[in-house]
Design a protein around this ligand. Structure first.
Ligand SMILES: [Zn+2]
Length: 117
């Protein structure tokens, strides 16, 4: 939960306590309908705290999901780079590599395959 969310939850908690106090005071010294309104209103901050907690949980789950996906993609990139390095190391000569296997350089030890064809 972020600092802002914690601050909001604290403010909602204080508001809930204040509304509960107003409810008690209205029951004791005021009008019954006003006490009922204050009691109903004091539920709203509780709902807000619950909702804020749910949002924080969803944000944390999304952050974990994004980090997991980024790590997976980083591993895939690393695997592709390793495969490319292995293929480059296995290439017999540069001309063969750049001509997609059609021709070999004159100094390539595998150049004799082309001349036999
Ligand atoms: Zn070659």
């Amino acid at each position: 939960m972020s600092r802002l969310a914690r601050t909001l939850c604290s403010l909602h908690g204080l508001l809930g306590i204040w509304l509960a106090y107003c409810t008690v005071q209205q029951f004791r010294y005021g009008e019954a309908w006003a006490a009922i309104v204050f009691a109903a209103a004091s539920i709203v901050p509780v709902i807000s705290v619950v909702r804020e907690s749910e949002l924080a949980d969803e944000q944390q789950a999304e952050a974990i999901r994004a980090e997991t996906e980024a790590r997976r993609l980083a591993w895939a990139d690393e695997d592709a780079a390793a495969l490319a390095r292995a293929e480059l190391a296995a290439a017999c000569c540069e001309l063969w590599w750049t001509s997609t296997g059609e021709d070999h350089e004159a100094t390539c030890p595998k150049n004799d395959h082309r001349s036999a064809a």
